[in-house]
Design a protein around this ligand. Structure first.
Ligand SMILES: Cc1ncc(COP(=O)(O)O)c(C=O)c1O
Length: 358
């Protein structure tokens, strides 16, 4: 009988709650207004020939590299950051190698590392989700071949300083350090401009969040040209589809659209954090387009009560250190206002304030 590899049989199926997402979707950190109208116009102009041909990634890769101030050889367009993680794991991890992550964090690092047969080392974040630099450094060994850090992190919204990440890269030259900048636009700091880049540093970006293109599946992996040549060997030449490739240059050109959405989200994030605290809910300062808040034992009822009001948020209480926590995406101003109104009603209807104070 055909059997999957043992490491695959041992993986837990990762099933994000994608079904029935009707309403205001503040559960996946997507854009609440969608992509630039210029992108939509470009997509409407596509014809049968575009779809009949195999997609040519390189010219668009060149444009993306120019925008980032990099050489084309340093950049690979990917099928979202998910694929970038997968490719790095395939390129660098042998069975028995060690991959280090700081938890809680994004689920796909664990899945792709374990699928290669790597040993996963989970370093817990410190108090208030502070980055556990010393602990992480103490777990680096000769077998460490991948270290993945989301900056800002999902689901906490916490950020790490670039010099800390550089220190990690230099402390583990035998390991690929992935700095996942999926939420870069809402944070503003990047590892791409830190002067001399260590050859083991990789930076990933996505168009799924600020650019409103999660459905197209497109991201960027950037790194040292020689290392990227290795990563390219395991990538399909057609990993990014023709529709995504057609849309990307227009998305990159319409900076004003993304810039004004990001500014709106950053304003809304401050407002949401203030409101959550006013309502007596603890939340952590976020550098991304979402806020993690502690609701307590009523987290399930909280999520359901918001759903009944047409707003979807994500229960994160099973993430390490996130007992009783939910994650709320920040979107456009009107959507944040609707969220805040619903939060006021829900906190009152569940009598949460009294529960928290008790
Ligand atoms: C930290 C982080 N990295 C990557 C992703 C996935 O990005 P993409 O849609 O480009 O695969 C997410 C999505 O939630 C994320 O939070």
């Amino acid at each position: 009988m055909l059997e999957a590899r043992a490491v695959v049989k041992n993986l837990h199926a990762y099933r994000p709650p994608l079904a029935g997402r009707q309403g205001l979707r503040l559960d996946f950190n997507e854009s609440t207004i969608g992509c630039s109208p210029r992108v939509l116009e470009r997509l409407r102009s596509l014809n049968a020939e575009t779809l009949a041909r195999y997609p040519e990634r390189e010219p668009v890769e060149g444009e993306a590299a120019r925008v980032l101030g990099l050489d084309a050889a340093q950049v690979l367009l990917t099928n979202g950051v998910d694929e970038a993680i997968h490719l790095l794991c395939s390129t660098y991890l042998e069975p028995g190698d060690e991959a280090i992550i700081v938890v809680p964090t994004f689920a796909m690092y664990e899945i792709f590392a374990l699928a290669e047969g790597a040993r996963l080392i989970q370093v817990p974040a410190g108090e208030n989700f502070q980055f556990p630099l010393e602990h992480l450094l103490s777990r680096i060994s000769d077998r460490t071949r991948l270290i993945a850090v989301a900056n800002p992190n999902n689901p906490t919204g916490a950020a790490v300083a670039c010099d800390v990440l550089l220190k990690i890269a230099r402390s583990a030259p035998q390991a690929a350090l992935l700095v996942d900048e999926a939420y870069f636009e809402f944070h503003g700091e990047t590892m791409l401009n830190t002067g001399t880049q260590p050859a083991n540093l990789f930076v990933a970006r996505t168009f799924s969040k600020a650019y409103g293109l999660a459905g197209l599946r497109i991201g960027i992996l950037a790194g040292d040209a020689k290392q990227m040549a290795m990563v390219r060997r395991v990538a399909s030449p057609y990993n990014v589809n023709a529709v995504a490739l057609a849309a990307l240059p227009e998305a990159l050109r319409d900076r004003e659209y993304v810039g004004s959405y990001v500014a709106e989200v950053i304003r809304g994030r401050a407002e949401l954090e203030r409101e959550l605290r006013n309502l007596g809910l603890h939340c952590w300062p976020s550098r991304a387009n979402f806020v993690l808040a502690r609701v307590g034992p009523a987290h399930t009822e909280f999520v359901q009560a918001l759903r009944r009001r047409g707003i979807l948020i994500r229960d994160r209480h099973t993430d390490p250190g996130c007992e009783g926590c939910v994650r709320l995406t920040v979107g456009a101003e009107e959507h944040t206002r609707a969220l805040i109104e619903a939060l006021r009603e829900v906190v009152q209807s569940l009598d949460l304030r009294r529960e928290i104070e008790a």
